[in-house]
Write a new protein. Structure first.
Length: 282
């Protein structure tokens, strides 16, 4: 038993027959007759008496009509609510930790409460699948290779080493190292290869250590859009060429022209292209 059969029965009951209901619903009288019969079978009751001058409701049909009028009113209320503009597309945006912080802390640069979409930010150590619609937009470090994905390049990301301009007495601070999954990322491997003997503090998520670096307790490899945004940090190396990546917005090919997705992609791309050094938080 589905709402469509119930809706069509409601139309037949109000019209008093098939021809009037067909005119209101745009569904043929023959189809309406079959749907009413199907509903009777699924409920195991007779809902109408089929007479020459039209359909007459049985007692069970009149009882069902009372329930359906409540359901119809609820459906109309939902339609009114939806048309009022309060229902907006939720756009799921997946990015790495640093980029997620950048987007959240500068949300006014690409979204406002009056937009026709609302953001949902997702960050973790794995790439959520755009193809399976786990997300709507992914901020990725390369052009999408699958034919069913579309992408827009919005710049590139460089990494360099930073420390605080003012450090506590005791000499040059040690390095922050990465453990667990991030130890196998390109940044983690670079740290291990170049400064493995100088690591003091370790974290399993690089974003956890920014405050330690700003307080002068450690040196750290950071995206330049993060490190250069803080006046209390000093860049102590040139960008590491081997760690430079492109930055792409990736979306499903079938979704790219859907209005809310298109608006979100356009707003994100504009912000990331025009403001590469926005501060990712205090």
């Amino acid at each position: 038993m589905g709402w469509e059969d119930l809706r069509l029965f409601l139309a037949v009951a109000k019209a008093g027959g098939l021809s009037g209901a067909a005119e209101k619903t745009g569904v043929s009288a023959a189809t309406l007759g079959r749907r009413v019969s199907s509903l009777e079978k699924s409920l195991n009751v007779r809902l109408v008496e089929r007479e020459a001058r039209g359909y007459q409701l049985t007692a069970e049909g009149r009882d069902l009509l009372l329930h359906l009028e409540d359901m119809d009113q609820a459906a109309r209320s939902i339609a009114t609510w939806r048309e009022s503009g309060r229902v907006r597309r939720r756009i799921r945006i997946s990015a790495g930790g640093w980029t997620s912080r950048l987007l959240i802390d500068n949300i006014a640069g690409f979204w406002s409460p009056g937009s026709d979409w609302v953001p949902e930010f997702l960050t973790d150590l794995r790439n959520r699948d755009v193809a399976r619609r786990q997300i709507d937009i992914g901020v990725r470090n390369g052009r999408p290779k699958q034919a069913w994905l579309a992408g827009q390049k919005v710049g590139h990301v460089e990494h360099a080493a930073y420390r605080a301009r003012v450090v506590p007495s005791g000499g040059e601070p040690g390095w922050i190292g990465l453990v667990e999954e991030e130890a196998h990322f390109p940044t983690g491997l670079w740290l291990k290869e170049n400064h493995g003997e100088e690591v003091d503090i370790t974290v399993n998520n690089a974003t956890l250590a920014l405050s330690l670096v700003r307080k002068g307790y450690a040196r750290m490899l950071l995206p330049t859009f993060v490190g250069d945004a803080y006046p209390d940090l000093l860049r102590i190396t040139d960008p590491v060429e081997s760690l430079t990546t492109e930055r792409w917005l990736v979306m499903h090919q079938d979704e790219r022209h859907e209005p809310a997705v298109r608006h979100a992609v356009s707003a994100l791309a504009k912000m990331l292209k025009q403001n590469p050094l926005l501060s990712p938080g205090p």
